[in-house]
Ligand binder design. Structure first.
Ligand code: FES
Length: 121
């Protein structure tokens, strides 16, 4: 079982292969945003990896991070799964932004259908 540490919150054993955005929300109890419903459009599920950053990303993540000038600064928790131990820092939450809710419930699987590419260095 991968171990997820959320900075300032705690450490949690999470189901192998669980979407990271859902693990942060459901296992760690953090009110992380996913305003587009976890379709790699809004970037509000953004996190920083403090440990365990994956070397691959979905093409959808790469394209939206590039278009928002976020490449190298943030990753999208809706575009990856818990397949290793990791430590993360959520960057946008309901409580930190004052928005009216996190957004539509994410599907259990990565959406859109992932096409994996190497993370640019
Ligand atoms: S980009 Fe919108 S929830 Fe991840």
């Amino acid at each position: 079982m991968p171990r997820l540490e959320v900075e300032g919150v705690g450490e949690f054993d999470v189901e192998e292969g669980k979407r990271l955005v859902l693990a942060i929300e459901q296992d760690a109890g953090v009110d992380i945003l996913h305003r587009c419903g976890a379709y790699a459009k809004c970037t509000t599920c953004r996190i920083e990896y403090l440990e365990g950053e994956p070397e691959r990303m979905t093409r959808a993540e790469l394209e939206v991070l590039e278009s928002r000038d976020l490449l190298g600064q943030a990753r999208l928790s809706c575009q990856t799964v818990c397949d290793r131990d990791m430590k993360v820092r959520p960057l946008m939450t309901v409580s930190s932004t004052g928005l009216d809710g996190p957004g539509p419930e994410p599907q259990p699987e990565i959406t859109p259908e992932p096409e994996w590419v190497e993370k640019p260095s």
